[in-house]
Every structure is written in C-alpha cells, then in structure tokens.
Design a binder for this molecule. Sequence first.
Ligand SMILES: [Zn+2]
Length: 231
Amino acid sequence: MNPGGGAESGKHRFLAAARLPLPLRLRIWPLHMTPSDLRVRFLDFCGPVKFRKFARSLVKLSDEPVRFDRLRYWQEMLWARFIARYPDAPSDVNDIGPCLHWCDVHDAPLLVGSGHQPVDLRHSESFTRARESEFPHGYGWLGYHCPACRTACIQWIDSHPAECRMLQYRIYNAGWVVVHRDDPDFQKTCRDGYIPWDEISPGDEIWAIDTGRGFSGIGPVRNGRLVPIMD
Ligand SMILES: [Zn+2]
C-alpha cells in the first residue's frame, strides 16, 4: 500500500500533460478548416444577408476587446445545420466569433465603433442596394463596423447627391427667420412642421426636406446641415 500513490500519480499525469507538444495541449478546432475556409463555406451555406446578420448578432455590447455572446436560438438552429454538413466546424461561440464577426465584402474583422450616420441622408432604393452590396457594415448606429465599409458609404453618398440629399430647397433664409421668428404665423409653421420653435437659433434657415420615406416637410438648417430634431 502506498499512501502517497494517488497524489503521486496525479502529479505524473500533470507532468505528462506538460510534456505534450504545445498544439496538443490546446483545444484547437479546426483540424482541417481554417477561419478563412469557415467564412467561405458559411457564406456559401447561408448567403450574404444571413451571414451578415449572424456576424452582427454575435455580440451584445460594444466591448473592446470584443466579447462574444451565446448564439441566439435562430443562430443555433442554423449552426446545427451547418455542422451537420461540415462536422469539423467549431461549436463554441468563442471559436466561431473571431471567424465570423467579419466583413465579407472587405475580408476584414469588424471593429468597435459606429457606421456613418448622417442625419440628412435621404433614403432611396439605390442607397439600400449599394449598402447591401458595397458597404454592409458601414452605415448606421452599429456597435461594430468595418472601416472600409464606412469609407465606402461616405464616398457613395458624396458621389450620389441626387439620391442622398434630404435638403431640397430653402424656404426662409437666416435674415428672414431672425426678423420673423416671433410672428404667430411662423410659430404655427414650425408647429405644423414638427420643428421645436424655441430651439431655432439666429443664423438658422428653414428648408424643404424629403426624407425619401414618404414624408416631405420642413426642417431647420444650421451651417448648411439639417439640425436633428430630438423628441
Ligand atoms: Zn466592409
């Protein structure tokens, strides 16, 4: 009987593990599939729209470094079907996340930070199509974005003023607004246009706007830019 045998054999097991070559001590998934392979196959498997939704839904908060959330139910279902076809794909979200939290257009990881979000962008079908195909991770209030998408979004808006410009034409210039600011008629115009009258400052102009979403109205413009109206 050896009273110290248990501890001794435990120690031996530890030492034996420590002597293993480094790759065998790490939990490495893909045995055959690289992150790039995984992206290509998953993109082919589910298409770009679902791939991008999957990429964006992998995280809950804008943490730096990124922390991956658990898979949502719809992601689990999709991933189960993917693994059925590709059994060597990873199953842990912390292995999946770094591979798929990715921009498929620019072949680059998504980074903390928002997309481009101008308040005076007129929405249009052509912008929506360009966004889908050219800068899917570059526009809007996103926790994560692709810098190349963001740049592409800015360039597309700059090069398509007819589609993107919400401001249509000036109704009242700054001088007129200063003189007539307290007129009841002007106050009524503001009320009808959902403009907070008391937030209009000297120098502001009033412009006709077209949001591209079926609403046309008026808006205050300051230094050439539409002033965002806060509720
Ligand atoms: Zn991108």
